[in-house]
Structures are given as structure tokens and as C-alpha cells.
Write a protein that binds this ligand. Structure first.
Ligand SMILES: *[C@@H]1O[C@H](CO)[C@@H](O)[C@H](O)[C@H]1NC(C)=O
Ligand SMILES: *[C@@H]1O[C@H](CO)[C@@H](O)[C@H](O)[C@H]1NC(C)=O
Ligand SMILES: *[C@@H]1O[C@H](CO)[C@@H](O)[C@H](O)[C@H]1NC(C)=O
Length: 503
């Protein structure tokens, strides 16, 4: 096996099917099945709360101008202001900056923007896990910051890291709270979450992903450091995992940063995400998080990268403008699209009903599209050479030829185009990304005897909502907007990319 992700070891993973030893794929991070109860109601009180049904409400997107930065307190605001005032010629080049602890940090400025190689405002290299399964971002925890490679997950709210006691602490870097001066356990007194005196047990914590796959531990409070120490966010909840279901051993991740719009925790006292805190505390210039994720090499699964940028609409590889749509849930980055189609077939047509819902959520924690099963059946049946396996040793049932999307191959195959229309603008996914893990064919024994079959990027999710994962996100620029300091007008923005061939 070439990939460290597809391993022959028994990696139970988090896929919704029971995965046996042998062929398994530990996928980032699985469909969210638990969002709805059996009778079709949202299972989490914060998901699709009242605002979901009120899309006709006027959208008061607030206006922003460059004076936003002037109002910002804090070192980041001052530094960015300074950058605005120096000549363009001085804006490029390496900087040596002392961080809060007197340690020298190497950063650089490109087109007036500040970058940092070690703890990035703007980083992420898909070096640990290949083939676009997960993009990892260094984030520092505690004081001095202990850097860990984190998955940014816009589909969940809680942030967790491995505790020294947990699981594969020996193989994964973990957060050691006893080495952080600013660490406190969290406890809840009269319904209020607060720092506990030393020796008090941390509040119990659990979070469930995918098919009710749990992670368990206790809650602490500490600082997170993004990018330079300039983007230090104090007093955030962090869960220290002591136990988890299944295994994440094959993955490069050392934890998950919850970046949903707001709290969706199962824990008393609620949860503040770092992006909410940066926004409401005025630590960033504007309340944006831009995701510009770059694909890995299709043949080798290596490379990729791209960046996440807090505080602005990052125009890196952005082609044209941003199309905005209102974020309709106080928990998830969810909204309505106008239509979804594959070739001549319109998949979602019934606004406001659950028959062919037009709801979506943008989930950087999901590798592929997890769509209502009625949609995936139609899409996959139209992909030339597709096959649905009932072999449970593989991660996903829908398979397509690994060659799908290759220029030469498509001359014959002529696969249809996938199109998602959002607020009047069409967004497509290149045919090459109808395949997930194009460099790792599924064994013929699991593919009805066919060779050269790979996973389809369109797999079954919940009936009621389309989960738009990395297969889409890596082909576009996606902007998450917390809606200003009062978090009042959250919205989601979509842009096209200069580096993607959509044909
Ligand atoms: C660490 O990795 C090695 C090799 O992959 C494995 O044999 C060992 O069981 C792992 N240790 C833990 C604690 O998971
Ligand atoms: C925090 O809580 C955990 C779990 O209850 C406990 O093991 C640990 O000793 C506590 N740490 C502190 C600093 O009180
Ligand atoms: C679509 O975009 C327009 C222009 O920005 C905006 O006024 C409108 O509210 C948006 N519609 C939705 C549903 O977000």
C-alpha cells in the first residue's frame, strides 16, 4: 500500500458501515447521521432552530469598509494598520518577529498579508494524510503554546485534543495541560461554565461524530494560538480526550477544531468556538474565515495545501466575486441552494419540503458529498461504469472507475456535469473530483470483480440535507462570515478559483 491512510491494519475508522480488518479507509470525517430524529425532526435544539424556517427575513448584511481595521484593538489590528501604511515595496520579504515569550518567529509578508510558517493564520499542508482526506492546521494550545496538527471542522463546535492519558498518545503528539501556565479545568456552577480551582475534576465531556462514534474526556480552559502569537485567543474551552470509539490511528490529525457557527455541544455551560470568540471579542479585522484548499496530486495523492485565513476575504486564487447566502442555522454553516443538478437531471426541486430538500451545510470535516440517498442513487447511476457494492470491507458503497474525469477518458465517457446553484450562481465540480482517492483502487473482490474502481465522491448522507464536503470546498473559495461582532448576520460566501479547470 502506498498510502499511510489506506492501511492493512484493522482501522475501524468512523465510516458508517461496519468496517472489517483488511480494506478500510479512515475517512474525514463521516456523514452526520445523528442530525435528525427518526420522525424527521432536528435532533439538536440548535440545529435549524427557528431561523431555518424564516428565510424570507430581510438580510441585513452589514457594510464593511477598510475603517473596520482602525476600530480594532489589539496587536493584530495595529500591525495590519502599520502594514497598510508602509510602501508596497516594503510589504514583501521575511520578517523576524519576537512572540509574546521572546521567542523569534519567522513570518513573511506577501501582497500585504502576514503569513507564518510555524503557527499559521494561513496554513495547512496536506502532508500527513494524502489524497485530500484531511487538511491539517497547526494550532498552539496553552502557554507556552504546544503546537498540534488540527482538522478544522466547520461541521462541529467542540474542540478536542488528545490528553496525555489517551489512546495513541504515544504515537500522536498530545496536549499536556500540566505544562501550560494558563490551563484550568472547567466546571459548571449554577449553570455557568467557569475555571475550577486546581484539583477540581474537569467537567465530563463527549461528542459524537458520524454514526454515533464518540470521543470522551473532560473540559478545560486555555488559550489557543493561531498564526503568530498575535492571534492568541484566551480562555477557550478545550476537551481533553481520554477515550474514543474506533480508531483514528491512521490519521495525521492530533485533534479537531470546532468551527461551526455556534455551540452545538452536548455539554452544560455551552461551547464557544475560537472563530466566534475572535469575532465577538474583536480580535480579527473582519469576521471572516476564508478556506482556500488546494488539491493533492491525483496520481500520487501527495502535495496539496492551501490556506485558511481568519479576518478577511482572502483573494488568494479567487476568480471574480463572492456569492453570498444567508447562514440559516445558529449551529451549522447551513443554507438553501437554488438547485442541484447532474446532467439534465434536477435533483432538488421542492423548496421547503423534505422530498427533495434544498438545504445544504458546508462541512470542512467531511471528505466527500454526503447527499440524500435519492440524490446519490441518481448521480451515481449516471456516472459511466459506476457500481454499488454491498461489500462491507470498504468504506463506501458507491464506486466509479478510477479514470473518471481524466481528459482522454472523458472524450469517450462524456460524464455529465454536477452543478450546484447558490443564490443565482452556478458552482460545478470538475469531473476528476467525482472520484475520491483516485490513486487507490478498491480490490476487485469488493467491486463485483471489476478492476480499476475507486470511491465515488457522492455517498449517502441524511435524507434532509446535503452535506457539502471537501470534494466541493477544494474546488472553490468558501468564506464563513460570523456577521460582525454581535454575530447577527451570519452568511456563507462562495467564489470560483483561478487554479481550477471546471470543464
Ligand atoms: C504506535 O504505532 C505502532 C506502529 O504503527 C503500533 O504498533 C503501536 O501499537 C502504536 N502505539 C499506540 C499506543 O497506539
Ligand atoms: C482536571 O480534571 C482531570 C479529570 O477529572 C483530572 O485528572 C486533573 O487532575 C484535573 N487537573 C487539574 C489541574 O485540576
Ligand atoms: C443573494 O444575494 C443578494 C445580493 O447580495 C442578497 O441581497 C440576497 O439576500 C441573497 N439571498 C440569500 C437567500 O441569501
Amino acid at each position: 500500500m502506498k498510502s499511510t491512510v489506506l492501511s492493512v491494519a484493522a482501522l475501524v475508522g468512523l465510516a458508517s458501515t461496519v468496517v472489517q480488518a483488511g480494506q478500510s479507509l479512515d475517512v474525514t470525517h463521516e456523514p452526520i447521521k445523528g442530525l435528525w430524529t427518526a420522525d424527521g425532526r432536528p435532533s439538536h435544539p440548535n440545529f435549524l432552530a427557528s431561523r431555518w424556517q424564516t428565510s424570507s427575513m430581510p438580510l441585513n448584511f452589514r457594510k464593511r469598509d477598510s475603517s473596520d481595521s482602525k476600530r480594532l484593538g489589539g496587536k493584530l489590528g495595529r500591525l495590519l494598520d502599520k502594514l497598510d501604511n508602509v510602501g508596497q515595496d516594503k510589504k514583501s520579504g521575511l520578517l523576524k518577529i519576537l512572540n509574546n515569550y521572546g521567542k523569534e518567529v519567522t513570518s513573511w509578508i506577501e501582497n500585504g498579508k502576514l503569513f507564518d510558517a510555524s503557527l499559521g493564520i494561513v496554513i495547512n499542508k496536506a502532508t500527513d494524510n494524502s489524497a485530500d482526506n484531511e487538511w491539517l492546521v497547526n494550532v498552539g494550545f496553552g502557554t507556552l503554546p504546544q503546537p498540534l496538527k488540527m482538522v478544522f471542522d466547520t461541521g462541529s463546535s467542540d474542540t478536542w485534543v488528545y490528553s496525555p492519558a489517551c489512546c495513541y498518545a504515544n504515537n500522536h503528539t498530545f496536549f499536556n495541560p500540566s505544562r501550560s501556565f494558563t490551563y484550568r479545568n472547567r466546571t459548571v456552577v449554577n449553570g455557568e461554565a467557569q475555571a475550577a480551582p486546581k484539583g477540581t475534576p474537569g467537567q465530563d465531556w463527549s461528542y459524537y461524530y458520524g454514526s454515533n462514534t464518540g470521543v470522551y474526556g473532560y473540559v478545560g480552559l486555555d488559550a489557543f494560538t493561531f498564526g503568530l502569537p498575535l492571534l492568541r485567543v484566551d480562555n477557550l474551552p478545550v476537551a481533553l480526550a481520554t477515550e474514543l470509539d474506533g480508531s483514528r490511528a491512521s490519521r495525521g490529525m492530533e485533534g479537531i477544531i470546532g468551527l461551526s457557527t455556534g455551540s452545538g455541544t452536548y455539554t452544560d455551560g455551552g461551547w464557544t468556538t475560537p472563530f466566534e470568540a475572535m469575532s465577538s471579542r474583536g480580535l480579527i479585522r473582519q469576521t471572516y474565515l476564508t478556506a482556500t484548499l488546494i488539491k493533492a496530486d491525483r496520481n500520487t495523492g501527495n502535495g496539496g495545501g492551501g490556506r485558511y485565513t481568519f479576518g478577511e476575504i482572502d483573494n488568494y486564487k479567487l476568480k471574480g466575486g463572492i456569492t453570498w447566502t444567508r447562514a440559516l442555522s445558529p449551529y451549522l454553516w447551513a443554507g438553501y441552494f437554488d438547485s442541484m443538478s447532474f446532467g439534465g437531471t434536477t435533483l432538488a426541486t421542492a423548496p421547503g419540503t423534505d422530498d427533495a430538500p434544498i438545504r445544504f451545510m458546508i462541512d470542512t470535516g467531511s471528505a466527500v458529498f454526503y447527499l440524500p440517498p435519492a440524490f446519490t442513487a441518481q448521480i451515481n447511476s449516471k456516472i459511466v461504469g459506476s457500481y454499488k457494492t454491498d461489500d462491507t470491507s470498504v468504506a463506501f458503497p458507491y464506486l466509479v472507475p478510477c479514470n473518471t474525469g481524466l481528459k482522454q477518458y472523458e472524450k469517450q465517457a462524456k460524464n455529465p456535469s454536477f452543478n450546484l446553484k447558490i443564490n443565482g450562481t452556478d458552482f460545478t465540480v470538475p469531473k476528476e473530483d467525482y472520484v475520491f482517492y483516485a490513486n487507490e483502487p478498491v480490490p476487485a473482490s469488493a467491486a463485483g470483480g471489476k478492476t480499476g474502481m475507486c470511491y465515488s465522491a457522492f455517498q449517502d448522507g441524511p435524507d434532509q440535507i446535503s452535506i457539502i464536503g471537501l470534494s466541493f470546498i477544494k474546488n472553490n473559495v468558501v468564506v464563513f462570515d460570523q456577521g460582525g461582532k454581535d454575530l447577527s448576520a451570519r452568511r456563507i460566501g462562495f467564489g470560483k478559483r483561478t487554479d481550477v479547470d471546471y470543464s
